[in-house]
Design a protein around this ligand. Structure first.
Ligand code: FMN
Length: 204
């Protein structure tokens, strides 16, 4: 399968999906169902011509992909967005709609590139669902060059560790987060420092 904007290996992106919400929660017969966009950092595995995601059960992303059969991978180098979407929700004004072949998807308004995928379940485990992805359409929105920055890379690592720390509260994980925090502060820009401060608050 053509990889398009993605690269061989694991691509760390912001996955956008849509969740269903009942307006009138208490009354299941009369409540109207509306779609609301959701964003979360996710890894997209590109190996040997296959594009896959391993998504934990219990996440909004897993439920939305299973229900609607699509996901959009948003490429961004904004470290704050990774932290914001890993630990909470962002406002609807930060999404925009894509329409393709009569179908509507959501993507981040502010991203460098995006690719919309159809997805099918290839393994449904108790903890993780594995999806195979098939690209539908994609766009490159900006052609900024990003020289490698260890601070940005460390924010991503610290954020992944942070999502585990809030579940297990393990001191060994916290130690690794501290290691990455030091690199983020030493090598990153003000935006990496802002992301690390937000991460500290999010895992308190
Ligand atoms: C860089 C990064 C990559 C991640 N990759 C995955 C992944 O591949 N699968 C997964 O289930 N969770 C992954 N996570 C954790 C989810 O982002 C996290 O559980 C999030 O809260 C899920 O949000 P949701 O409930 O809105 O889907 C990743 C986190 C980060 C920071």
């Amino acid at each position: 399968m053509e990889l398009g904007i993605l690269r061989e290996g694991i691509n760390e992106v912001i996955a956008t999906t849509a969740g269903e919400y009942r307006e009138n929660e208490g009354d299941t017969d009369t409540g109207t169902i509306t779609l609301r966009p959701n964003a979360a950092p996710m890894g997209i595995f590109c190996r040997k011509g296959k594009i896959r995601m391993r998504v934990y059960r219990g996440t909004h992303t897993e439920e939305n992909m299973r229900r609607h059969g699509w996901v959009v991978a948003n490429v961004t180098h904004d470290p704050v967005v990774f932290v914001e979407t890993a630990f909470g929700d962002i406002g609807e004004e930060r999404f925009t709609e894509i329409t393709n072949d009569g179908k509507t998807f959501y993507r981040l308004k502010d991203c460098e590139a995006w690719v919309a995928f159809k997805c099918a379940i290839i393994h449904a485990g108790e903890e993780v669902t594995i999806f195979e992805l098939h690209p539908i359409t994609e766009e490159i929105c900006s052609c900024e060059v990003h020289p490698h920055n260890r601070g940005f890379a460390s924010v991503i690592d610290a954020t992944i560790l942070g999502t585990r720390y809030v579940m297990f509260r393990d001191e060994a994980i916290l130690e690794k987060i501290r290691y990455h925090r030091d690199i983020a502060v030493k090598c990153g820009s003000d935006r990496e420092k802002e992301a690390i401060e937000l991460l500290d608050k999010s895992i308190e």
